[in-house]
Write a protein that binds this ligand. Structure first.
Ligand SMILES: [Zn+2]
Length: 226
């Protein structure tokens, strides 16, 4: 699956379209990395990736995002984590701390009891619904519960995050409770982006650096048009 994806990424890169697109897009540009859990065996890979990204890009916090404190020359990267895994505390937080990175954690209801362990380290919480259902497949009452009952925050990530995970009704409900909402459809974010359709890049830690590099250049952004 990833092999085919990687071939498509290279082919799209070779067309020159991503390059031209990047020139045309309004700067500054932001890519948002979306991660889930990390296994013990992947902690080293995660740290390597953090080091690599830090050496190449401008890593920002959600406060930088909010105040538009972004680099116009370098690509800006925001770290986000979804769902809620107790291994975040053991494997992810020490690495983020070591590299002074402040991340945004979108959590479900069952992780709320651990949430203070994230905020006391300076990280930010976002809503991810109560029980991680497709918000487009539930009735109005359930939709209200899932969204309004989630973590109070300015930020919300649609469960699943694909094209089918939100629609007009879902966005309306989310906008009553949150200022920004995030998908996992890859793409650049800038001032012109729709605040309720922000793009994120769901890439595993064992993805090679060259794929990260091409991906963040927009070489997989054709996915949002198909
Ligand atoms: Zn999720």
């Amino acid at each position: 699956m990833n092999k085919l994806r990687n071939i498509l990424i290279i082919l799209f890169y070779l067309t020159g379209i991503p390059f031209l697109r990047r020139i045309m897009l309004n700067k500054p540009l932001l890519r948002i990395w979306c991660l889930h859990d990390i296994k013990e065996s992947e902690v080293g890979k995660f740290e390597e990736k953090v080091k690599y990204l830090k050496s190449k890009y401008n890593i920002i916090s959600i406060d930088d995002f909010k105040s538009n404190n972004l680099d116009k020359k370098k690509l800006n990267i925001l770290f986000t984590f979804d769902d809620g895994y107790s291994n975040w505390l053991e494997y992810i937080l020490p690495v983020l701390d070591k590299y002074s990175i402040k991340a945004l954690f979108f959590i479900n209801d069952d992780f709320k009891e651990y949430s203070s362990l994230l905020t006391e380290k300076g990280h930010t919480l976002g809503g991810h619904s109560m029980s991680h259902k497709y918000l487009t497949k539930i009735n109005d009452e359930e939709l209200n519960q899932e969204v309004a009952g989630s973590v109070p925050s300015d930020y919300f990530a649609y469960p699943f995050g694909d094209k089918k995970s939100y629609n007009k009704e879902v966005i309306n409900k989310v906008s009553e409770n949150y200022k920004y909402a995030f998908s996992i459809i890859p793409g650049f974010n800038n001032k012109k982006s729709n605040s309720y359709k922000l793009h994120r890049d769901s890439l595993d830690v064992d993805t090679p650096n060259w794929i990260f590099n091409l991906w963040f250049k927009g070489c997989y952004d054709f996915k949002k048009w198909i």
